[in-house]
Every structure is written in C-alpha cells, then in structure tokens.
Ligand binder design. Structure first.
Ligand code: SAH
Ligand code: SF4
Ligand code: F3S
Length: 517
C-alpha cells in the first residue's frame, strides 16, 4: 500500500460515516485492491474443500509476542459467541490470548476496548443475528473510534460475508477466521497501530497449536477439543468448508489436558469435535474414540461426555467401552437428520434408516438405560409428506428424549444449495411444529419417569429464574432445579425428584444416596 492509500485508509478508519458514503459504490474487488495489503486473499469455499495429503504439524511453542506484552494493560475486552460448543471453546482461547496481553474481561459494550463477534454460519438466521449485532455496534464505534471491532469464527470463512462487511460495515476493524485464532495478538496490533482494516482468513486449515492459553468459563465443567474439522461433507452443511479437514489431537495431549483439569478440581469434561467418532482416523497409528475413552475412564474426574457423534463411524469397540460406564455417561447425542432413507441418501449421510435403527439396537443392548437425543432437519429439498412422516415415526421408534430441530437453510457453496429449495416455508413451518410437539411429548414422558426417584446432580450454580434455587444436570443430561445451600455449587449431590416438567425436573436435596439413579 502506498502512502496516499495509507492516508486515505486512515482517514476512512477514523471517519466511519464518510467511509460508508465512499465505499457504497465500489465493488469488492476494487475495495480489496484499494484498501488492503496486496497479500490479502479472500476466503474461498472451493479451496477450503480440497483435502491435501500433507501431514498436520503440531506446535507446542506458543508464546505472547515480545512486542505485544502488556499491550492490553488497563483495557477491556468483550467476546460475543454464536453457534456451537466449538465456538464457545474457541472464545475461551481468544479470552486466554487477550488476558495474556493484559486485557480484562467486561460484559458492558460501552466499556470495551475490543469487541469480538465469534460467529456461526450454520443457518441463515444465525448469520442474520450477527449482521444485526454488527449494526448495533456502529453507533458505539462512532462514539468511540478507538474501539476495535473484530469479526471471527465460521462466517468469516465465507467470501460473501467478508464482502458484505467490506461494503456495508466498513467500521469493522478486523476479520479473521477459524484457522488463525492464534494470530489474534498480531492482528490486533495491526488493527490498533496501522488503522487499516485487517482481513486475514485462511481458506486452508493450518497446523495444530497445542499450548494456547485459555480462560475457561467457570471451574466446574470444561470443553476439551479432541479433533478439528470435518470430512463428511453432508450436502447441506457448511462446516467442512469453514472448519477444514479432520485433524486429531494426539491422545497424550488430550489425556494430559483432562488430567490437568481433574487436578484443578473440574467435575466434568466434554470432548469436542464435529464428528468425534472419526477421532484418530488421521493419526499414524491405529487409535479411535473407543481407545481414547478407555484411557479417560481411568482418570479421576467424575464425568466425561462427548459431542457430536456421527452414526456412520459409531463402532462396536466404542459401544463396548461406553458400556463399561464409570465416568463415561449414559447419554449419547446422535444426530439422525431424517427418518427417510431417500432423504438421508441425498443428504450424503451414508447410512439408511435401517442402519440407524440397527445401531440404536446395539447401543440399547449394551447400555439399556442410555438416553438418546438427536438433531433433525425438516424441509430438505424434495422432502415429501411421506418422507417427513418417516422422520416422525423414527422419532417415536427410537424414543429420543429430546431433539434439536431445524428448518433446512440453503448454505452457499454446499451441493444442496444448488438444488431448488422447493418446500414452501409454510409447509416447513408446519412440519417443524408437528415435530416439535412430538419432541415435547417425548421429553415430558422421559422426565416423568424420574418422579419420586433420586438422581445425582452436578450443581452448576443459581437457577437463572430464581437465585434461591440451585440448578445442575444429571448424568443423563436432565436439568434439575432444587433448593439447597450455595456451598453445594460445584459438587455432585443426590436430589429427589418431586415434579417433572417438559424440559426440566424439580427436586429436593436428600441426605441419603441409596437408590441413586
Ligand atoms: N457435526 C454435527 C452437526 C453440527 S451442525 C453432526 O454432524 O451431527 C448442528 C446441526 O445443525 C446438524 O446436526 C443439523 O441438524 C443442523 N444443520 C446443519 N446444517 C444445516 C442447514 N444447512 N440447515 C438446517 N440445519 C442445519
Ligand atoms: Fe456437517 Fe455432516 Fe460434518 Fe456434521 S458430519 S459437521 S452435519 S458435514
Ligand atoms: Fe456454527 Fe461453525 Fe459451529 S458454523 S455450528 S460455529 S462449527
């Protein structure tokens, strides 16, 4: 960038309103050429789709860059997180990086010196929420031009999103993606000092960086990444493009992290991956999720969960290990997406309704009391009434105790987005309503089984609605509200269930642990 462009850019950054007027009439190529470093490459979903043979390197040598130490002294940051647990955990890493630079956290937009929006691209409404929030930040940026606004996460990996921010929201200071979170300190510095809009999004995944700092939310439950990316390429899904190819962390690094969390007093870990059942497939030795869980079983931490499972890779060894119980909990989230084999085929899920039922049969045989929950999409292109009815019957046949249900949302760049989105919105909404009514019914029925029983609850804190009430989850992931002294927060305690609701249980603390469910 020459001096003239630099001056122009600085002026633009310092006067967002003038910036808006000026940029309105330019196309994105012109914008990129004019205002950004010549090395800037827009994110590209086609490139993101390529799976290269190159091995992933693992780095253990992260350190705060010398010239960045203390740069956040006396300043505050705010991170808004959208989307899945993966993003929640990435935000903990960003909080760790910012804390290492000297920043303090805040919940107040007006107080913040850095605001990061960690975004989700899974459905259109997820994206709309973020664009709404970016809009809300504009007057705050006008008031406080030194505020740094960053957009990161899955939406940043999409070229259309980056272009839209360039054109419509030029007051944003930096955009970075899911593969270069560890570069946050450098990007922040660029954004602070050069006052140029900093855009750095890698279309290809990078290496695994092991020892990034983390500031976890709370000290009772912790997320632990076991793998990154997804190679499944379900035809509707943007994740394989925004998160790159599957890369597993080494077992010893995961085991060490869980041991460390146990030593710090954490009561529960949730192992994270988009398809945790593919864990280990890319390692140079034979090792899978079953092997990993068999190791984690021996660690002195009361609860180990994992999410999300893909039915296709759920193997017999894993079922065998899960059946050993102990700290491996009796709850499996197993997204099925549809009950129709024809729809499953065009979704490229690589299993049929019959395969899924067979898997459920095996799980039930090995773990008769396991709770199964799922994800379902309604209104996929060409889904007939009959095919939707198959989803309803599968829901009943499996006896899912709860489900996240979604209306299909075309995602640019995915195969399904090229097909006509031909189910009218009112039909999609009607299907969703009917499905949700069934989900509620099954959830309520599963809750009612607990009335009069004693369950073990990991107490997480005060209930959101009533500070006199504590709340937490059972092993099978049921939310329980009950009255007990605050000193019980962080402990696993027996609670007798007095009343079942649709989505939660009411109970009372009991002294005896006899007959605990
Ligand atoms: N990796 C997980 C899912 C991650 S996305 C898995 O495969 O199980 C979470 C859920 O969002 C998916 O299970 C699916 O039900 C839903 N979803 C994904 N893409 C979608 C789309 N384009 N429209 C509607 N729902 C979608
Ligand atoms: Fe998306 Fe399918 Fe991968 Fe899940 S398994 S993240 S639905 S592509
Ligand atoms: Fe959303 Fe990205 Fe997670 S698209 S669901 S935040 S992996």
């Amino acid at each position: 960038m020459n001096e003239e462009q630099r001056l122009e850019t600085n002026q633009i950054k310092n006067d967002p309103k003038a910036n808006l007027d000026r940029l309105k009439n330019m196309d994105s190529d012109e914008l990129i050429g004019k205002y950004f470093q010549s090395t800037y490459q827009p994110p590209n979903l086609k490139k993101a789709k390529k799976r290269l043979k190159k091995d992933v390197d693992i780095h253990y040598d992260y350190a705060v860059p010398e010239d960045m130490k203390g740069i956040g002294q006396g300043k505050k940051f705010l991170i808004r997180t959208y989307g899945c647990q993966m993003n929640e955990h990435d935000s903990e890493v960003m909080a760790g990086l910012l804390t290492d630079l000297g920043y303090q956290p805040t919940e107040e937009t007006e107080e913040a010196d850095v605001i990061l929006l960690n975004t989700c691209a899974i459905r259109e409404n997820a994206e709309n929420k973020v664009f709404g929030e970016i809009g809300h930040l504009k007057p705050i940026k006008m008031e406080n031009p030194d505020l740094i606004i960053g957009v990161c996460g899955c939406m940043s990996q999409e070229e259309s999103v980056v272009n839209r921010i360039l054109q419509k929201h030029p007051f944003v200071d930096m955009i970075f993606g899911t593969h270069n979170i560890h570069r946050l300190p450098q990007l922040l510095k660029e954004a602070m000092f050069s006052k140029e809009m900093v855009v750095e999004v890698w279309s290809k995944e990078g290496d695994i960086i092991e020892n990034l700092p983390k500031v976890r939310k709370g000290n009772i439950k912790a997320w632990v990444n076991i793998m990154y990316g997804c190679d499944k390429f379900c035809t509707y899904c943007i994740v394989p493009y925004t998160r790159g190819k599957e890369r597993s962390r080494l077992p010893e690094d995961i085991i060490q992290e869980v041991r460390h969390l146990a030593a710090q007093g954490y009561q529960e870990v949730t192992l994270l991956g988009q398809n945790v059942n593919a864990y280990g497939k890319d390692l140079e030795f034979e090792y899978g999720l079953g092997d990993l869980l068999d190791e984690l079983r021996k660690i002195d931490i009361p609860r180990v969960r994992f999410t999300t499972s893909h039915p296709r890779d759920f193997d017999d060894h894993l079922i065998e290990v899960l059946a050993k119980g102990g700290n491996l909990l009796d709850h499996i989230h197993l997204p099925v997406q549809s009950g129709s084999s024809d729809i499953l085929r065009i979704m490229a899920r690589r299993y049929t309704r019959e395969d899924f039922l067979e898997l459920v049969g095996k799980i039930r045989e090995a773990m008769p009391n396991a709770t199964l929950t799922t994800d379902i999409i309604v209104g996929f292109p060409n889904e007939t009434d009959e095919q939707f009815e198959e989803t309803m019957t599968l829901m009943k046949e499996v006896g899912f105790e709860s489900a996240y249900t979604f209306i299909y949302s075309p995602r640019e760049g995915t195969p399904a987005a090229r097909w006509e989105d031909n189910i009218p919105m009112e039909v999609k909404k009607e299907r969703l309503q009917r499905l949700n009514a069934l989900v509620n019914e099954q959830s309520k029925a599963s809750m009612e089984k607990y009335e009069g029983q004693i369950v073990e609850v990991l107490v997480e804190g005060e209930s959101k609605k009533d500070p006199d009430v504590l709340s937490g989850y059972t092993e099978r992931n049921k939310l329980v509200n009950f009255k007990a002294p605050k000193s019980m927060i962080g402990q696993i305690v027996p609670v007798k269930i007095t009343k079942a609701k649709t989505w939660s249980l009411d109970g009372e603390f009991v002294e005896s642990t006899a007959e605990v469910l």
